[in-house]
Each structure stands twice: as structure tokens, then as C-alpha cells.
Design a protein around this ligand. Structure first.
Ligand SMILES: *[C@@H]1O[C@H](CO)[C@@H](O)[C@H](O)[C@H]1NC(C)=O
Ligand SMILES: *[C@@H]1O[C@H](CO)[C@@H](O)[C@H](O)[C@H]1NC(C)=O
Ligand SMILES: CC(=O)N[C@H]1CO[C@H](CO)[C@@H](O)[C@@H]1O
Length: 212
């Protein structure tokens, strides 16, 4: 092989490698550039609460597709409400948030979403109203650490979740194959016993199962 040949081969494989790796590296987060590739059409979102359940998430964020499952190290799952606005929560009880705490884990689903659902997701999480703030986290997955967008409640007040909310979280955990130990922990969460209507009724097919 001539030096020129070798140079061309090197250049070609370099181009192939760099284009495939930029495609594979699903752009995880909103702010970081996008100058380099089209992968910025998508982002990764780590869900740990009601958005574990696909049917709930796609109500407002139709582009979501399952990417993988994983966990946040040194975080714990909590249920509560923000500020003074328990009323603002359609779930009639506390909803999930995360808090840094050593030696604990929060499991969840990493969803791949089109960038045009970034706004719908922020809206669902009440970012504008100050309910949740977005943050970037390192999620430990079978494929290694993955940077994802997630959300953490502002002004957290602890409060028990309603039965329908807890049910959506547990259904989502089972649907996407979170570890059984963790599912059992979720199933053991105490509720506030609320019995009226909820967002669960809007989730097609799931609401009926509840009444069987
Ligand atoms: C979690 O906490 C332990 C103990 O403080 C620390 O050694 C470890 O690096 C932490 N992991 C992450 C991902 O922050
Ligand atoms: C994620 O983890 C990597 C290495 O494990 C670290 O370099 C990086 O700063 C972390 N990013 C965040 C947002 O924590
Ligand atoms: C679909 C899409 O956004 N394609 C773009 C990918 O990036 C190249 C170069 O930046 C653009 O020319 C394409 O339009």
C-alpha cells in the first residue's frame, strides 16, 4: 500500500468512525451546542416518577421511545409537593422528586425524545411555574454512564402520594423492567388513601385495569 493509499484509508475510516460515533452519541442535553451533528434533534430524559409509564409520558410527549433503564447513584426518591400548592397537583397527593443522599439509588427509565418535546416535557413538569427545575444527571446504565435531563422539585414539602399516582409509578416500573427489589420498594410506599378521580382516568386502558 502506498503512503497516499494509506492516508486515504485512514481518512476514510476516520470519517466513518467519527460520523457513526456522533450518531450513536445521542445528544443528552439541551444547551450544549449542536454545532457538530444532527444528533441534537434528540435528547435523553431520565424518568423516575409517573413518567416511568409510557402511556402517561406520551400523553404530552409523543416522541418518547424507550432507550434503557438505569439508576442515579447517591440519590433517594421522595414524594411531596412544591411551595404551597398541593392544589396544583392533578394527582391529589405528593408526587415524586429526587434528593441527593449517599449510598442510595433512584432507578428509572431513560427515554429518547425528539427535541420538540423538550418544551412539552418542561410544561408537564411545571418548569415555568417553578414546580420543578431541570438538571443534568449521570445515569448509570448497562451501557455505561449516560448524561440525561431530569427534573427535581423546588421547595419540596414531604407528602404521601395518592393511590392512583403510586399505581402509575409501579405500573411503569414493571412495564419497563426495573429491578424487582426496587419495584417492591415502590409497592411498599404508603399512600394518602385518596379515592376520587385523577389523571389516571386519562391514561387509556390503564384506568380500566384499576377497577377490575
Ligand atoms: C456516591 O457516594 C460515595 C460515598 O460518598 C462516593 O464514593 C461515590 O463516588 C459517589 N458516587 C457518585 C456517582 O457520586
Ligand atoms: C458524569 O460522570 C463523568 C465521569 O464519570 C464526569 O466526568 C462528569 O463530570 C459527570 N457529569 C455530571 C453532570 O455529573
Ligand atoms: C435533518 C437535519 O437536520 N439535517 C441536517 C444535518 O446537519 C447538516 C449539516 O449541519 C445539515 O445540512 C442538515 O440539514
Amino acid at each position: 500500500m502506498s503512503p497516499l493509499h494509506r492516508g486515504v484509508c485512514f481518512l476514510l475510516s476516520y470519517m466513518l468512525l467519527s460520523s457513526s460515533s456522533s450518531r450513536a452519541a445521542v445528544e443528552p442535553e439541551g444547551s450544549s451546542g449542536g454545532a457538530s451533528s444532527n444528533s441534537s434533534d434528540y435528547f435523553l430524559y431520565f424518568a423516575y416518577g409517573s413518567n416511568l409509564l409510557r402511556e402517561r409520558l406520551v400523553l404530552r410527549n409523543p416522541s418518547a421511545t424507550f432507550f434503557t433503564v438505569g439508576y442515579l447513584q447517591n440519590y433517594t426518591l421522595q414524594f411531596g409537593y412544591w411551595s404551597n400548592s398541593l392544589q396544583a397537583i392533578g394527582w391529589h397527593g405528593g408526587v415524586a422528586s429526587i434528593q441527593q443522599r449517599g449510598a442510595e439509588e433512584v432507578w428509572g427509565v431513560v427515554w429518547r425524545m425528539r427535541r420538540d418535546n423538550l418544551q412539552t416535557l418542561d410544561d408537564q413538569e411545571g418548569v415555568q411555574e417553578g414546580a420543578y427545575m431541570p438538571l443534568e444527571v449521570n445515569v448509570t446504565t448497562a451501557e455505561g454512564d449516560t448524561l440525561c435531563r431530569t427534573y427535581k422539585m423546588n421547595h419540596f414539602h414531604p407528602y404521601l402520594p395518592s393511590p392512583p399516582y403510586k399505581q402509575v409509578v409501579c405500573l411503569g416500573a414493571r412495564q419497563n423492567g426495573l429491578p424487582l427489589d426496587y419495584i417492591h420498594k415502590l409497592e411498599a410506599v404508603e399512600t394518602n388513601g385518596y379515592k376520587g378521580p385523577s389523571i389516571l382516568d386519562d391514561i387509556e386502558g390503564i384506568g380500566e385495569n384499576r377497577r377490575e
